[in-house]
Design a protein around this ligand. Structure first.
Ligand code: FMN
Length: 338
């Protein structure tokens, strides 16, 4: 009898229904959002042999638990400072304008961003090559695929957004030109490891890190359609309602046009809980839903949704500390794991 009740409950929780994403058979639709532990000086890497080797046991451990693991490839661009760069050089961007906001995206103060070096066309192609190399290393380390980080005001997003990109060459101006760099990365990475292993994360509506756009609807739609040409596995988009990384407000913009235009798997993120996550799946607004803070604080989030259990509360103060355990792997599982 108990079993029967459980099954009926599952059917009524759309987040807990199976989904086939390319070659991957997913048993539910709940995705762990990318959450880099450290910010700025301690950001992890995957460009050297040593780093690639160091990822191997981590990836293996995730696979042993049945997880599917994509590596988010991230270049901070101008969200940086001279002191974090080799030989004290300026960080790089599409522009030479520094970020004007004075706080970190997590709301803490005093980020002190340095004015960046405006990449030349030749240097842009070197950075595309860096993404290609990182993707190759990720597969070598055993990851199932990579997610190109084109969101949250980092390098790729800096090129896309007209409030940052002030170039007058083929990488600036029109939407087509501003999206050239992201799409060159998509093409290079897909060529290197296969489009079936490639996803991208976008936040056309957000302006974190001083990275806004005057026409996000057009940008979103252009990217969704352009990505179809490369047949990549998924497009992962942050909801327009997320005005900062962590605060939501109701907006008139929706992801539905983008969702309809993109032919691969569509993942949404930003402020989701069990209720509205299930709602977006049931009305076919997305195929999968990524959870950040709730998943961080609840390592068994799908199980908790399934059993309607109370959720652990996340502690914002420990989101970005450098400790390998505190606020990261020390949130408790439900006691009865069966
Ligand atoms: C500790 C922490 C680290 C994060 N790091 C990243 C990151 O590396 N890349 C990224 O795209 N988003 C990052 N995010 C944003 C999350 O992926 C997600 O978009 C955000 O938390 C909003 O979703 P939520 O409301 O489900 O938490 C981070 C969030 C947190 C809490």
């Amino acid at each position: 009898m108990e079993e029967e009740i459980k099954e009926t409950e599952n059917v009524s929780i759309p987040l807990l229904t199976p989904y086939k994403m390319g070659n991957f058979n997913l048993s539910h639709r709940i995705v762990l959002a990318p959450m880099t532990r450290a910010r700025y000086p301690h950001t992890p890497g995957i460009w050297t042999k040593e780093q690639t080797q160091a990822w191997k046991p981590i990836v293996k451990a995730v696979h042993e638990e049945g997880g599917i693991f994509f590596c988010q490839l991230w270049h901070a661009g101008r969200v940086s400072n001279y002191s974090f760069q080799p030989n004290g050089n300026p960080p790089i961007s599409c522009t030479d304008k520094a970020i004007q906001v004075e706080h970190h995206i997590d709301g803490s103060g005093g980020a002190n961003f340095s004015p960046p070096h405006r990449l030349t066309v030749e240097e842009i192609s070197q950075v595309v090559g860096d993404f290609r190399m990182a993707a190759k290393n990720a597969v070598e380390a055993g990851f199932d695929g990579v997610e190109i980080h084109g969101a949250n005001g980092y390098l790729v997003d800096q090129f896309m957004k007209d409030q940052v990109n002030d170039r007058t060459d083929e990488y600036g101006g029109s939407i087509e030109n501003r999206c050239r760099f992201p799409l060159e990365i998509v093409r290079a990475v897909a060529e290197e490891i296969g489009a079936h292993r490639v996803g991208i994360r976008l936040s056309p509506y957000a302006n974190y890190n001083d990275s806004g756009d005057s026409n996000p609807d057009a940008l979103a739609l252009y990217m969704a359609e352009a990505l179809n040409k490369y047949s990549i596995l998924y497009c992962h988009v942050i909801e327009p309602r997320m005005i900062t990384q962590f605060d939501k407000q109701e907006t008139k913009s929706y992801l539905l046009p983008m969702r309809k235009a993109f032919t691969g798997t569509f993942i949404v993120a930003g402020g989701y809980n069990k209720g509205d996550g299930s709602e977006v799946i049931s009305r076919s607004g997305a195929d999968l839903v990524a959870f950040g803070r709730l998943f961080l604080a609840n390592p068994d989030l799908p199980r908790r949704f399934e059993s309607n259990s109370v959720l652990n509360k996340y502690d914002r103060n420990t989101f970005y500390t450098h400790d390998p355990v505190i606020g990261y792997t020390d949130y408790p599982f439900l006691e009865n794991k069966s």
